[in-house]
Design a protein around this ligand. Structure first.
Ligand code: ZN
Length: 447
């Protein structure tokens, strides 16, 4: 029947599930060094899928086997600034023995696509490829230039991915003023104060910084049987424990304040910042409380300890690493507070510094996100929130790009979505992939 023109065009929704599954089957585990398989195969897969319909993707290798793919679709109005849409192709490692379905199988079971990367973030990568292919095949021209970037190494801070591209190929992002990427656009279902439920879609407008601190004490070595006046292990252990138990002051940022205000409007829950039971009220939000709670204050979680080489030798040095996540605008105050806790004996040093980020929840792009969500889920509402972790937005923000987390997924109310990130049995509903594709398609046609 194709000659009579009645054959339906292949759409993004038709392809997204297979694209996501095929991406999951390409193992792109990132161990934080170059010991993993790398992202080259995934980068080439993406390039092939885009080239197949006539786009002109380019693959950039930052280190042997570590590669990212970038493609630009020209828009109707070249005088308008471009929009960047970015996803990362690497994933954190997975231990297959722990999983119900093999993490690199992309199996479909119970209406879900299972596998490492299903929500972080081969889901959105699949949506983006599907939409770019659909646009090109159907001759759809977006209102302005779109730059699609599928980058490597996000899970290790982006040194060989987004950060590398920003440092070495900033020309790829010429004219880009705004961007969308992970982690936002997913739904959170809350009970309404007047009965029923409301689906909120959380748009990420802010991120805490990701700052890894090394603590060290240098003293002198000694025999384990004798009196020792300055044991480096004891000193580092004490300082690390002090920091790990410390509670930093509660700071209400705009993103968190607006998020909680929206929740109050919908649910009637009152978030009293002076109440000792603030955490209890936030816990009513369900598993997302893990993220929201962590955006009310700075955190410092000890993650590594290193000292000694023999049971009866007091070593001269001892070290620990503390994962610090600092709210926007709080860095100087955080450092003062930490120095007071540690005292003069302990040396601290930043070994990774990725700054915080925040933007406002307003303007045409936010309106376009809202319109896109409501076009598919008419009763929904979008609300801003802050991510306690970090994303590639930190790198792209260095180019002056205004970044949002908007990777739309409509989720079942009882799915513990936040636990799926880096978790065992990571999976994404098939319907959510199709929903996200519809929303992003609407968004990119009206951005
Ligand atoms: Zn991610």
């Amino acid at each position: 029947m194709s000659e009579s023109g009645t054959t339906r065009n292949v759409t993004g929704e038709d392809e997204v599930v297979d694209l996501c599954r095929e991406l999951i089957r390409i193992d792109t585990s990132n161990y934080g060094d170059h010991s993993g398989p790398g992202e080259r195969e995934a980068a080439e897969y993406v390039a092939e899928k885009l080239a197949e319909v006539g786009l002109e993707p380019r693959v950039f290798e930052s280190h042997k086997g570590r590669a990212s793919t970038v493609a630009r679709i020209e828009g109707e109005d070249p005088s308008r600034p471009a929009l960047l849409i970015h996803g990362h192709t690497d994933v954190v490692p997975a231990n297959a023995a722990d999983w119900t379905h093999h993490p690199f199988s992309g199996e479909i079971a119970d209406g879900m696509v299972w596998g490492r990367g299903a929500v972080d973030m081969k889901d959105m990568c699949g949506m983006l490829i599907a939409i770019a292919r659909h646009f090109k095949r159907s001759g759809i021209v977006p209102p302005r230039d779109l730059v699609f970037a599928f980058v490597s190494d996000e899970e290790a801070g982006g040194k060989y991915g987004s950060q590398w591209l920003v440092d070495n190929r900033p020309d790829l992002f010429d004219g880009v003023t705004e961007a969308i990427g992970e982690v936002g656009g997913f739904s959170l279902t809350v009970p309404r104060k007047d009965g029923g439920e409301r689906r909120l879609y959380l748009v990420e407008t802010a991120e805490k910084s990701m700052m890894w601190m090394k603590l060290s004490v240098r003293s002198h070595a000694g025999h384990g049987s004798m009196i020792h006046d300055h044991n480096a292990v004891t000193a580092v252990a004490e300082a690390t424990a002090k920091l790990g138990r410390h509670e930093f002051p509660l700071v209400m940022t705009d993103a968190v304040g607006q998020f909680l205000a929206a929740i109050t409007e919908e649910t009637g829950y009152e978030f009293d910042v002076d109440s000792p039971d603030l955490a209890g009220t936030i816990a009513k939000l369900g598993p997302i409380a893990r993220v929201v709670g962590a955006t009310l204050r700075d955190t410092a979680n000890p993650t590594m300890l290193r000292a000694g080489y023999k049971a009866n030798v007091i070593p001269a040095t001892a070290e620990s690493v503390v994962d610090c996540r600092i709210l926007p605008g709080r860095r100087a105050a955080f450092e003062r507070e930490v120095d007071e806790l540690l005292g003069p004996d302990v040396t601290r040093e930043w070994i990774t510094e990725l700054p915080s980020y925040e933007t406002t929840f307003d303007g045409d792009l936010v309106d376009a996100m809202n319109a896109a969500i409501v076009s598919v889920d008419p009763e929904a509402r979008i609300v801003p929130y802050m991510l306690s972790g970090g994303t590639d937005a930190k790198a792209f923000a260095r180019l002056g790009i205004r970044c949002f987390g908007f990777a739309p997924l409509q989720l079942p109310p009882d799915l513990d979505f936040t636990a799926l990130f880096h978790g065992v049995d990571e999976r994404v509903p098939v319907d959510a992939l199709k929903f996200g594709t519809q929303v992003l398609e609407h968004f990119l046609m009206n951005c």
